[in-house]
Design a protein around this ligand. Structure first.
Ligand code: FES
Ligand code: FES
Length: 159
C-alpha cells in the first residue's frame, strides 16, 4: 500500500491505496465522487476527465499515487457550493441543451472549462479540436459546441 494525500474539491484527503489504483477508481470508490464516470477501458472517451493542478486529465489514465500532493477538482467541486450556483460552463450546457443522456457531460464540462481557460474566445474549430478527446454518442456535438460558445460569449445564433 502507498500513502497518498491530496486536496479533492477543496477537501484534504489522506489514504492508503494499492499502487495500481487508478485516480478515477480512488475518486469513485475511495471518496464516493461518482460524478466522475468511467465510459471505456481504452482511455478514449474522456468521461472521467478531472482537473489535476488545474489541467484536465483523463483520470483513468493517471494513478492515484501520481496525484499525491496535487489539487484535484471533479465535476462535483466545480460549482460554488456555498451558494449552490452552477459554474458558468455548467449553466451554458443547461441553457444550450448540451446533453442528452448526460453520461459524457461531467468530462465534457471539465474539458471545456480547461479549454476556455487556455483560450477564452475559441473558434468553432478550436472548440471541436479542444473536445476531440471526449466522446458523446447522443448529441452529435452541435449543442455541446454551442454551449461552449455560449459560455465564451461567442455564440452566433441565439437559441
Ligand atoms: S473512462 Fe477514462 S477515457 Fe474513458
Ligand atoms: S449526452 Fe449521452 S453520451 Fe453525451
Amino acid at each position: 500500500m502507498a500513502r497518498i494525500s491530496m486536496r479533492v474539491d477543496g477537501m484534504k484527503v489522506t489514504d492508503d491505496v494499492e499502487p495500481r489504483t487508478l485516480l478515477v477508481q480512488y475518486l469513485r470508490e475511495g471518496l464516493g465522487k461518482t460524478g466522475t464516470v468511467i465510459g471505456c477501458d481504452t482511455s478514449n472517451c474522456g468521461a472521467c476527465t478531472v482537473h489535476l493542478d488545474g489541467d484536465s486529465v483523463k483520470s483513468c489514465n493517471v494513478l492515484a499515487v501520481q496525484a499525491d500532493g496535487c489539487e484535484v477538482t471533479t465535476i462535483e467541486g466545480l460549482a460554488d457550493t456555498v451558494d449552490s450556483d452552477l459554474h458558468p460552463v455548467q449553466e451554458a450546457f443547461r441553457e444550450c441543451h448540451g446533453l442528452q443522456c448526460g453520461f459524457c457531460t461531467p468530462g465534457m464540462i471539465m474539458q471545456s472549462v480547461d479549454l476556455l481557460k487556455r483560450n477564452p474566445q475559441p473558434s468553432e474549430d478550436e472548440i471541436r479540436e479542444g473536445i476531440e478527446g471526449n466522446l458523446c454518442r447522443c448529441t452529435g456535438y452541435h449543442n455541446i459546441v454551442r454551449a461552449v460558445q455560449h459560455a465564451a460569449g461567442t455564440e452566433v445564433n441565439a437559441l
